[in-house]
Design a protein around this ligand. Sequence first.
Ligand code: DLL
Length: 432
Amino acid sequence: MIWDTEAECMDAGERKKLQSERLVKLVERIYAVPFYKKKMDAAKLKPGDIKSIDDIVKLPFTDKEELRTTYPYGVLCVPEKEIIEIHQSSGTTGTPIVAEYTKNDVETWTEAVARSVAGHGITEDDIIQICQGFGLFTGGLGYYAGYRRLGAKVIPMGSGNTPQQLKMIQDFHTTEICCTTTYAMHLAEAAKDAGLDPRKFSVRHADLGAEPWSEELRKDIEEAWDMKAYDVYGLTEITGPGVSFECLNQDGLHINEDLFYPEVVDPDTGEVLPDGKTGELVFTTLVKEGTPMLRYRTRDLTGLRHEQCSCGRTLVKMERTMGRTDDMLIIRGTNVYPVQIEQILFAADGTAPQYTITIDREKTALDNVEIQIEMSEEFFKNSRHNAQHLKKKLEDTLRSELKVRMNVTLAEPRTLERFVGKAKRVIDKRKI
Ligand code: DLL
């Protein structure tokens, strides 16, 4: 279902006009904030220099470290009393990054999430179990508002408490789970441990996001639950979940670009890249009032696709985010993203979706990479499977595809750590 046909299916020219009008107004507003005025003055720009969305490239970028220096209210663009809700970015060490929402900002966010979940077919007949964290994290409350807007029945479970999650799914016939990919697998596993078959549950779709996940993991999750799994992307600085979403085609994520204007740039030079090229995703919030972001560098890597989707939406698509510039591992000088490793591991038969990547430099001066991949119970039970053979096959594939030698250990079932929120799979012990 298309929630907001006017916004989501708008003619490209019309949308550009709207984006231009919104950008011009945004620049006028933020010029009143010393943080942005200083940046624009340094770039020798006055608000009047920005006349259309094409002028966006003249504007300076904003990055995460700069934003930290503004804590708590340094990018606020409205009087403090107009702020009605505050959130913080997850997993932040040091000074947190905050987002401060006005009443209109909460409304925009709610609509963006409503569009996103309607995008994979959610209607007022659905029963949604939200297993994302409620609190400062944007996941729980953002989804809550969006699903409610659609009129769906919401069970606001929050993260963790797995036995109760399973009970609620069965007692209330949940039709959609909304969580991280890691937790979707963990729930399925816990169900099997309790003698239940998740494929027999009423859950027919999942809204998964908040962390990178591979296509192989999607297949495993869909198979474990006999359901469809859809990707939703977002970040606190821009709004939270609802920045972009997959439609039923599961072929790239539509960006709510009338609200959040995307660019993809070369992470080193800042040069804007054409469609199809992978680079760093940059967002400008076109209507946000409280803490608007000007060309915010997300550090997430993806490419854009302007095309007509068969779903009817004209919203530009981004590829699924496979990692962040700061997730990139440099191993013996070669760049590797954890999701590239994940794709290779999960493509093999018998691997279960849990793994860790440990890198150290203790024994030799060279980087040493140890991968632990958990195997299914069937794998060890089935004498046809040869553990040594699989280990070698995985090591060879990793080496030939990623150009890095890694040591693989096939771990016993249920031996690696589980996560209820975002997974932490990389342990980098190097002192660089
Ligand atoms: O994770 C918002 C969110 C909640 C999105 C629930 C989707 C579902 P932050 O805690 O600020 O916000 O973390 C944002 O998480 O820059 C990406 O690196 C990563 N991320 C979020 N969604 C996806 C996704 C929320 N679908 C950071 N695929 C972002 C890959 C994602 N990475």
